[in-house]
Ligand binder design. Structure first.
Ligand SMILES: N[C@@H](CCC(=O)N[C@@H](CS)C(=O)NCC(=O)O)C(=O)O
Length: 209
C-alpha cells in the first residue's frame, strides 16, 4: 500500500495520475496547503521540505518527497512508463528534469505574480510572462511530429500535463500552440488521467480549450 500526501495542485496531480496509470493501490491524504497543513508536525515527519507531494511506500519501505524522485521510483517499481536503460531512459529523464526545474517553477511564479498578485510587481510579471512564452515555444517545437515528449507515453508527459491544465491561470492561449493542444487533449482523454485529476477530491472537469 502507498500513502500519498497531496493537494489539488499540479505537483500533486502528477503523482495521482501516475498511480492511476500504473494501477497501484494507494490512499490519498489531503494536505490543505492553503490552511498551512504542510507545516503541521505530522506532515513534517514525512516531508522535510514541508511541501506536497510525498509518498510513503510501505511495501518498498521508502518515504519520498520531490515529485520527480517519486515518479522515477513508482515507474521503476512498476516497470512501466520509464525505459530501463540507454538513451530512451535518458530522454525521458531529460524532459522530466525540464519540467521539474523549468516549466513547473516558472508557471508557479506566473500564477503568483500575474494571477494572484497582479499589478504589484510589473518587472516580475514581465520576466515570467516572457519566460512562459519561451517554455511553451520549446514544448511546441518538441511535440512537432511527436505524440509524446520523449519516445512512448512516459512519466515525462505525466509530469507536464497537470501544469498545462492550468493554462488559464498562467494566461496562456493553448490554441496558439497547436502541437501542445493536440498532446494535451490526447492525454485528457485517458481514463487514468481523468481519475487522477480528481484526487484528493473532485474540483470539476478537466479544462479544454
Ligand atoms: N520541487 C517540488 C515542489 C513541490 C511544491 O512546490 N509543492 C507545493 C504545492 S504544488 C507546496 O507544497 N507548497 C506549499 C508551500 O510551499 O508551503 C516537487 O516537484 O515536488
Amino acid at each position: 500500500m502507498i500513502d500519498l500526501y497531496t493537494w489539488i495542485t499540479p505537483n500533486g496531480l502528477k503523482i495521482s495520475i501516475l498511480l492511476e496509470e500504473l494501477g497501484l493501490s494507494y490512499r490519498a491524504h489531503a494536505i490543505d496547503i492553503t490552511k498551512g497543513e504542510q507545516d503541521l508536525p505530522a506532515f513534517r515527519a514525512v516531508s522535510q521540505s514541508g511541501k506536497i507531494p510525498v509518498i510513503v511506500d510501505r511495501d518498498a519501505g521508502v518515504t519520498l518527497m520531490e515529485s520527480g524522485a517519486i515518479m522515477i521510483h513508482l515507474a521503476e517499481r512498476a516497470g512501466q512508463l520509464l525505459p530501463a536503460a540507454g538513451w530512451e531512459r535518458l530522454e525521458v529523464l531529460e524532459w522530466l528534469m525540464w519540467q521539474v526545474g523549468n516549466f513547473g517553477p516558472t508557471l508557479g511564479h506566473v500564477h503568483n505574480f500575474l494571477t494572484y498578485n497582479s499589478g504589484k510587481a510589473p518587472y516580475a510579471e514581465d520576466i515570467f510572462r516572457r519566460e512562459t512564452g519561451r517554455l511553451y515555444a520549446a514544448l511546441e517545437a518538441r511535440l512537432d511530429g511527436r505524440d509524446h515528449v520523449a519516445g512512448a507515453y512516459s512519466i515525462a508527459d505525466i509530469s507536464l500535463w497537470p501544469w498545462v491544465s492550468r493554462y488559464q491561470r498562467h494566461k496562456t492561449d493553448l490554441t496558439a500552440y497547436p502541437n501542445v493542444l493536440r498532446w494535451y487533449r490526447n492525454l485528457a482523454g485517458r481514463p487514468a488521467v481523468q481519475r487522477g485529476y480528481r484526487v484528493p477530491f473532485d474540483t470539476g472537469d478537466v479544462p479544454l480549450p
